[in-house]
Design a protein around this ligand. Structure first.
Ligand code: ATP
Ligand code: MG
Length: 310
């Protein structure tokens, strides 16, 4: 089974306001809400790929209930811990006249180390050898910076393969516990190594350095519209980005993580994994917001993927 962990979820509320103006009454013309947060996005995409996952993490209040109900209505299995406080609602205001994008984000819940440990214990009670655990995204206020280090170590200890997708200190601390796979983008990898990495050759060298130093089995470096680099101990494949009409690039990385987890569980070859995840990333870029692309769109893009063995 694949378990996704979202410790800091959000209800993404996207509204359209033509000619948004401060100090004035603004009227919304269209609006939609989507359960969001990186692990939740991963679960939504895994579902579209025809695989099962259990979405876990922390929710609070009416917003937490709304997220859980929305996920269950999509047919996703959930197992969230409810805590005091209110899960954040992140408001995205799109102004189609002035072509602006304004984010207004709530603070969300605050957790104690004790709550985090309880949530981890609950997860450890469910997972076992052969399972895949996806840890991704930011942490709620009150979380120690080495939370992902603790979680990676514990989930590995339970015999699972851990996929970590985080940035900054959460990533640099998390990798010290040797996750199975990480998926930084080129900027996150550059920050981690403290030098600018631009070409696939530079990125491969950096990825191999990290793999050897930290005992990481696989690294996928995504490069937005320029595609991605897949590095394992035996192989390196560079996949070109697919030219597609861009709806929203939000969550592109999450859809790549979803396909990596699904491919890992199915025991796919690296080449098939690269085709699937490149197509999944591009298909999701074609959608608006964090809506997950339908599988027929993904399937249609697979034959267009161009890859190079390095
Ligand atoms: N403009 C684009 N056109 C085609 N494919 C894209 C585009 N942007 C992203 N992708 C696909 O999605 C993958 C992941 O994108 P990206 O590198 O932006 O992830 P990310 O920075 O981790 O994103 P996020 O964390 O915001 O979800 C890319 O490797 C590529 O396959
Ligand atoms: Mg990302």
């Amino acid at each position: 089974m694949i378990y996704t962990v979202t410790l800091n979820p959000a209800l993404d509320k996207t509204v359209e306001i033509p000619s948004l103006t401060v100090n004035s009454v603004n009227r919304i013309t269209t609006m939609r809400t989507d359960p969001g947060g990186k692990g939740i996005n991963v679960s939504k995409v895994i579902d579209k790929l025809g695989k099962k996952s259990i979405a876990t993490g922390i929710l609070g209040g009416d917003t937490g209930n709304a997220i859980q109900s929305a996920l269950q209505a999509m047919g996703l299995e959930t197992s969230f811990r409810f805590v005091e406080g209110e899960t954040r609602t992140n408001l995205k205001v799109i102004d189609p006249v002035n072509h602006t994008n304004t984010d207004i984000n709530e603070p969300g819940v605050t957790v104690s180390e004790e709550i985090l440990n309880q949530v981890l214990e609950e997860l450890l009670g469910k997972i076992g050898t052969g399972d895949i655990v996806v840890l991704s995204g930011s942490l709620p206020k009150g979380s120690p910076k080495d939370t992902y280090h603790t979680w990676v170590r514990a989930c590995k200890g339970a015999g699972t393969k851990v996929i970590l997708d985080a940035d900054g200190e959460l990533l640099s601390e998390g990798i010290k516990a040797s996750p199975y796979l990480i998926k930084p983008n080129n900027h996150e990898l550059s920050d981690l190594l403290g030098r600018t990495l631009a070409t696939p050759e530079e990125l491969e060298k950096a990825a191999r350095e990290l793999m050897e130093k930290n005992g990481i089995a696989k690294i996928v470096v995504s490069m937005g519209g320029d595609g991605a680099l897949y590095v394992t101990d035996k192989e390196t494949i560079y996949a070109e980005g697919l030219k597609v009409p861009v709806g929203s690039t939000v969550g592109a990385g999450d859809s790549v993580v979803a396909s990596l987890a699904a491919a890992e569980e199915s025991g796919m070859s690296l080449e098939d994994t690269v085709r699937l995840s490149t197509a999944t990333g591009a298909a999701n870029v074609m959608c608006s917001g964090t809506q997950a692309a339908e599988y027929d769109v993904i399937e249609g893009l697979i034959p267009r993927v161009v890859l190079h063995r390095m």
